[in-house]
Design a protein around this ligand. Structure first.
Ligand code: CMC
Length: 435
């Protein structure tokens, strides 16, 4: 962050003295006005619910240009990473700032592989849940539960401890997500197989059974790996900001990541893939493509409360680049599985076509986001709808931990503590209380 040759001057119409505010520039993207001393200088706060114009931190990890529809991890375009790297390369990149060379790649893969098993006690913890519990409820509990296993060795001020916590989380998430799935359907847990790739191992833990060999389908393995890459990080979104805020108190990193899982669950964020698929199934049940027009009328009616799930984004005001890659993967997976005529895929394409031409969507710059097609891919792979957000959480764990570690190693970091505009009652007395 560097001072730029510019300053902002804030003036008040009531004659209070104006204040000069420094302006900082990053490497790309909008400059920021530094308001850290504003309260001390004026006795006023800024008001920005939903952080529409507030940079809450400086970060060198992920950059989004919402107008261009561009997403960069450590400077590399998502399209190049998705076609030339695997998920563990991307994890290495997000954590360390550079893509690994051959030796670093081998060492990193081995390190993650050596941590894929979870403490055997975890399965007894899991048994406390109802079998029909939502997997995100189970995952919030399991990830929080990891803090009980790794509390004593986790000194967040020690870079080696932070690194090992990152590796443990990345390695154990697939094991935990698949355990949550197997528990729900009453099948035995599958232990990880370390000779398989990260995505291949996850597929086997999900769909394999101990009484048979499981052969990983390379098309599905690649598709899952791409889903992981596309969801790995997304700068200061709601769950990442939650992890940063939670971690800013110095809490155990596993507990901070559990807070991220809880935030991701919501339908406006990671829960959108589940909500999107439920929406498509609903339209299909009620008449399919023929009813798309009727459904769109409801979406545009502000009183209906209906939204086109998988559309719109706080930052992208153009096509989400992840949605394009996901659509490509969707084609590949459906073709591989002989589902080229999948009615939900046809329905999704029809909805997209109408929305992209409709004034309501055009004026508001609403485009498909990553979740518009990810549900169709996951459903085709055999992942149950209520586990979609769990897959997102698995993939996003690396982003959360990279951002948390970046914050803790930043000498300027402070506990997060927003202020407020108070609109409640001023001081008053309980009837009968002494004044
Ligand atoms: N369907 C219909 N109208 C919409 C939609 C939608 N999906 N998204 C936004 N709008 C309208 C909204 O009603 C508002 O209209 P108006 O100006 O007339 O009041 C306008 O577009 C601007 O929307 P906003 O709510 O101010 O935008 P936001 O930045 O606060 O919300 C969002 C972003 C993602 C929460 C929202 O677009 C949404 O709820 N989309 C559906 C859920 C979804 O797909 N979420 C996944 C996001 S991508 C995955 C991730 O990164 O988490």
């Amino acid at each position: 962050m560097k001072l730029v040759d510019n300053k902002a001057t804030l003036t008040f119409s009531n004659g209070s003295p104006s204040v000069d505010l420094p302006v900082y520039g990053g490497s790309i993207g909008p400059d920021v006005i530094d308001i850290r001393k504003l309260y001390a200088q004026t006795g006023m706060f800024t008001y920005d619910p939903g952080f529409l114009s507030t940079a809450s931190c400086q970060s060198a990890i992920t950059y989004i240009d919402g107008d261009k529809g561009e997403l960069l991890y450590r400077g590399y375009p998502i399209e190049q990473l998705a076609t030339h790297c695997d998920y563990l390369d991307v994890c290495y990149l997000l954590l360390n700032g550079e893509l690994p060379d051959d030796k670093q790649r081998g060492d990193f893969h081995k390190l993650v592989t050596n941590h894929t098993m979870v403490n055997e006690q975890m399965q007894f913890f899991l048994r406390g849940f109802r079998r029909d519990a939502h997997p995100m409820a189970v995952l919030t509990g399991l990830v929080g539960g990891l803090s009980a296993f790794y509390h004593d060795s986790t000194d967040i001020n020690n870079p080696q401890h932070r690194e090992i916590a990152a590796i443990r989380l990345i390695a154990k998430m697939p094991t935990l997500v698949s355990m949550a799935y197997k528990y729900g359907i009453g099948q035995p847990y599958m232990y990880p197989r370390n000779e398989l790739s990260y995505a291949g191992n996850f597929l086997r833990m999900m769909f394999g059974v101990p009484c048979e060999d499981y052969k990983v389908n390379p098309v599905l393995e690649r598709a899952l790996d791409r889903i992981f890459i596309l969801h790995a990080d997304h700068e200061q979104n709601a769950s990442t900001s939650t992890v940063r805020l939670c971690g800013s108190s110095g809490t155990n990193p596993f507990a901070a990541i559990a807070a991220g899982v809880a935030c991701l669950w919501g339908p406006a964020h990671g829960g959108a893939n589940e909500a999107c698929l439920n929406m498509l199934e609903d339209i299909q049940r009620n008449g399919g493509v023929a009813k798309v027009g009727e459904f769109m009328e409801k979406v545009k009616d502000k009183n209906s409360g209906v939204k086109l799930m998988g559309f719109g984004h706080r930052v992208y005001k153009n096509y989400d680049p992840r949605a394009k890659l996901m659509q490509e993967t969707c084609n590949e997976v459906l073709e591989e599985l002989g589902l080229g005529n999948d009615p939900l895929f046809k329905l999704a394409k029809e909805l997209e076509k109408i929305a992209l031409e409709d004034d309501y969507f055009v004026q508001r710059k609403l485009y498909p986001n990553v979740d518009f097609y990810s549900g169709i891919v996951q459903r085709a792979i055999g992942i149950p709808v209520n586990l979609f957000t769990g897959i997102f959480a698995l993939a996003r764990t690396v982003g959360w931990i990279a951002q948390l570690n970046e914050m803790i190693s930043d000498p300027e970091y402070k506990i997060g503590r927003p202020r407020q505009l108070f609109t409640g009652s001023p001081r008053r007395d309980v009837p009968g209380a002494k004044k």
